[in-house]
Design a protein around this ligand. Structure first.
Ligand SMILES: Nc1ncnc2c1ncn2[C@@H]1O[C@H](COP(=O)(O)OP(=O)(O)OP(=O)(O)O)[C@@H](O)[C@H]1O
Length: 254
């Protein structure tokens, strides 16, 4: 039998519930799991491995890292996946070279990395015959994304647990109802070597965390101190949307 690290009961139960609620992982799925090597995706591969062992249905997954051509070294991550019998591949790209100009101008390099990465992940999934792509976003990401869109973009949107991309791949976020601190505890408790916690890969090069994200994180931290139930309530609110109560012109033609 292969070696395994079993995530806590809380993590596994949240994963099972989210899975059932949004029908994320299903019989016969072949899932490409985006593995940055950070705490979130590292937790995700171990939780999915355990899920594979427990679930009454069969699914396959393969972990894939998109390398940006910044001289990253994923040997340790590859060794880790091998040790735990998790199929793993690295896709080499020249994203950093292409992003240099944006980084120099300190302009929207984060969204550039993320757009490029998404494209490479989708291509990798299609090339490997996968029908789904799993990303390690969690509830804190969903909350940040919601408030950033609200404050800076005048939009009400967050991160969906599941959606269909243009190319018919299904994107799933199995950790979306978990808190970031639960995932950090998993890697700390198991003494796993998670790769940095940068909000964007370019930050390894002395570029500051984008202001909007940093201040939204801080705002949420302060709000949670004041209202400890904030995230539970947000999670409920994301499932309880009163469309009719907003300023949608379409609704006026009653
Ligand atoms: N270089 C990469 N290669 C493959 N997948 C990636 C890569 N970077 C991010 N991802 C995927 O996208 C998700 C969101 O990435 P993002 O950088 O926003 O999150 P993060 O909070 O840093 O997560 P993590 O702790 O997993 O790095 C990750 O959890 C992972 O599933």
């Amino acid at each position: 039998m292969s070696k395994s690290i079993v995530p806590s009961k809380k993590i596994m139960s949240k994963l099972g519930k989210t899975n059932a609620e949004f029908e994320l992982i299903e019989e016969g799925d072949k899932i490409l799991v985006g593995l940055s090597g950070g705490k979130d995706s590292l937790t995700m591969i171990h939780a999915m491995k355990e899920q594979q062992r427990r679930a009454p249905f069969k699914f396959e997954f393969i972990a894939v890292t998109i390398s940006y051509g910044m001289g990253e070294n994923y040997d340790e991550l590859a060794r880790h996946c091998k040790e735990y019998d998790i199929p793993y591949e690295i896709v080499d790209t020249q994203t950093y070279e292409l992003a240099k100009d944006k980084i120099r101008k300190n302009s929207s390099f984060c969204s550039f990395f993320s757009r490029m990465r998404r494209g490479y992940l989708y291509t990798a999934a299609l090339e490997r015959g996968c029908n789904k792509v799993a990303l390690g976003h969690h509830m804190d990401d969903a909350a940040e994304s919601f408030f950033m869109n609200f404050i800076y973009n005048g939009q009400m949107r967050s991160l969906a647990p599941k959606y269909k991309a243009e190319n018919s791949l299904i994107i799933i976020r199995p950790l979306i109802q978990m808190r970031e601190r639960q995932l950090r505890a998993f890697v700390d408790d198991n003494e796993l070597n998670a790769i940095g916690d940068e909000a964007c890969p370019a930050m390894r090069f002395d570029v500051k965390m984008p202001h909007a994200r940093a201040s939204t994180k801080e705002m949420l931290r302060d709000m949670e101190k004041e209202y400890p139930q904030l995230f539970t309530s947000l999670n409920a609110a994301f499932k309880n949307i009163s469309y009719d109560s907003f300023f949608d012109k379409e609704k006026f033609s009653i």
